[in-house]
Design a protein around this ligand. Structure first.
Ligand SMILES: [Fe+2]
Length: 207
């Protein structure tokens, strides 16, 4: 799998394109905004799916334009699905610009739910804490994980937004610590990192 990272938009959220080696199939993870840069990058691939790690506006702002251009399917976990179409719930109301997305095509309701992606599998790991329906997208064969706003390079997601929960965040972090050290993590903001670096960082918190 090939990972293309595009940091774009006023909130500097990372948009990722995940493409199979033969480029026959690609998905876009968290299209942050309808920027020319994102649309141009996406149109180079056969994008079939839009995968949303959580429903905050800075992770869904490009959905509508992408769907118009490429008619792909929007996937999101059930707890965050209403955030797509409700600017109060996705918090865009507070920015002065009401951002909405088309509704979900596919609602993820099981932890560990798998979608087939070319010859690979993508696993939706439920990692609540930043929002109720936060997921991390894991490609086990490639040891890559897209963490949204769950974990970052030497930090973790905020838990003070509606739907945030500090205890759930701790549980999610404990769970992800069981995953292999050498997973490469692509977060919703900032630079990619190796999971072992996060494990070392989090030791100081004694969780
Ligand atoms: Fe967020």
């Amino acid at each position: 799998l090939e990972v293309i990272k595009i940091d774009s938009g006023p909130y500097m959220a990372n948009t990722y394109i995940l493409a199979s080696e033969n480029s026959e199939k690609a998905c876009i993870i968290d299209p942050s905004c309808p920027s020319v840069e994102i649309m141009a990058a996406a149109s180079k691939y056969h994008v079939t799916d839009i995968i949303i790690t959580h429903g905050h506006f800075d992770h869904i702002g490009g959905n509508r334009r992408l769907k118009e251009l490429l008619s792909c399917l929007v996937h999101i976990r059930k707890e965050d699905s209403d955030m797509l179409t409700d600017p109060d719930k996705n918090l865009s109301s507070y920015t002065g610009e009401k951002i909405v997305s088309p509704p979900a095509d596919i609602i993820i309701d099981k932890d560990g739910q798998i979608i087939e992606f070319g010859l690979k599998e993508l696993v939706f790991i439920h990692t609540p804490g930043h929002s109720e329906g936060s997921v991390s997208i894991y490609a086990p064969g490639e040891k890559i994980l897209f963490s949204g706003d769950f974990i970052f390079n030497r930090s973790m997601g905020r838990t003070d937004f509606p739907g945030g929960d500090e205890l759930k965040m701790v549980e999610s972090i404990k769970m992800i610590l069981n995953y292999p050290d050498d997973i490469r993590v692509y977060p919703g903001h900032g630079d990619p990192f190796i999971l072992s670096d996060f494990k070392n960082y989090i030791k100081s918190y004694n969780i």
